[in-house]
Design a binder for this molecule. Sequence first.
Ligand code: ATP
Length: 300
Amino acid sequence: MIEISGLTKRYGGKAAVDGLTFTVEPGRVTGFLGPNGAGKSTTMRMILGLDRPDAGRVTVNGHDHVASPLPMHEVGALLDARAVHRSRTARDHLLWLAHAGAIKESRVDEVLRQVGLESVARKRVGAFSLGMSQRLGIAAALLGDPRVLLFDEPVNGLDPEGIKWIRELMRDLAGDGRTVLVSSHLMSEMALTADHLVVIGRGRLIADVEMTEFVRHSSGVLVRADEPERLAAALTEAGASVTPEQDGALAVSGLEAGKIGRIALDAAIPLSELTPRRLSLEEAYMNLTRDSIEFESGAA
Ligand SMILES: Nc1ncnc2c1ncn2[C@@H]1O[C@H](COP(=O)(O)OP(=O)(O)OP(=O)(O)O)[C@@H](O)[C@H]1O
C-alpha cells in the first residue's frame, strides 16, 4: 500500500505537486491520470524516494522514508525506459541491477522470459525499439519481485499486442495482491486497465474514484425546464449532480431520465427536453481536467 498525505513539491516558485493526499490500495490497478505537466512523474519520484518532498509524507507498506531510494524488492518502477546504458546488452543491464540490488542472478532470466525478451537478451540495448526498451524497463521493475509497482506511461511506444500484454500483466500483478500504480494521460487506456482512478491537475487532486463510479457519472441527462433553478434544487436534493449549461439547460448525472421526469412533475415544473446522453470516458475526463490543462492547442 502507498499512503500519500499533503505531499508538496515546488520547483522555483511553482508547485509541481500541491498538497496531494490519496492512498493506493493493494490488489487492484490504480490509474494515475492527469494532463501533461500535472505532477504525475514528480509524485512517483517522491514515492520512490528519488525526490525529497517540500511538505507532506509518503509511506510505502507502512514505512516512512525520506529521499532514500527504496530497495528493489520493496518497490519496482518503470520511470524512463530510455534511461539505460546503451552499449550494454539487455541481460547485462539486468545482471548489473541484480548485483546492485542483492538479487539472485536466476531472476534475470526469469524476468527476461516474463517480458518476452529472451531472444534478444544478448543484444545491445542501444539497438532496441522504444517498445523493447519499455519491456526491458518492466523487466527491471519486476526483478526484485516487489509487492509495490509503479509504471510511468508504460504503454508509450508499444504496439497493440504489447499494449494488450501490459494490460494483462498489470491485472495479473494486482490479482496477486500487489499494489500497482500506473500513470497515463490517456483515459481510454485506463478504462481497460484500472479498477480505481486518481486524477490530478496542476499538482492537485481532482478525483479519487472507483472506475465503475466514474463510468456511472460519465453518463447523464440533458434537461430543459421552465424553472431551471427550482428544478436544479429539487434534483440536487434527490442526490443528483447538476451543472447548468450556458444555454439554460441542465446537465444532470446520478439520476435516470424517468426519475428526473417524476421529480419535475411532482414539483409542477414543465419540461421541454429530457435527453439521456452518454459521454465517452475521454469526454468525461476532459471535462474533469479542462481547467488544469497547461498548454492547450488553439482552435483550428
Ligand atoms: N526538475 C524539475 N525542475 C523544474 N521543474 C520541474 C522539474 N520536474 C518537473 N517540473 C515541473 O513540474 C510540473 C510537473 O511535472 P511532471 O513531470 O511531474 O508532470 P507529469 O504529470 O508527469 O507530466 P507528463 O505527462 O508531461 O510527463 C511541470 O510543470 C514540470 O515542468
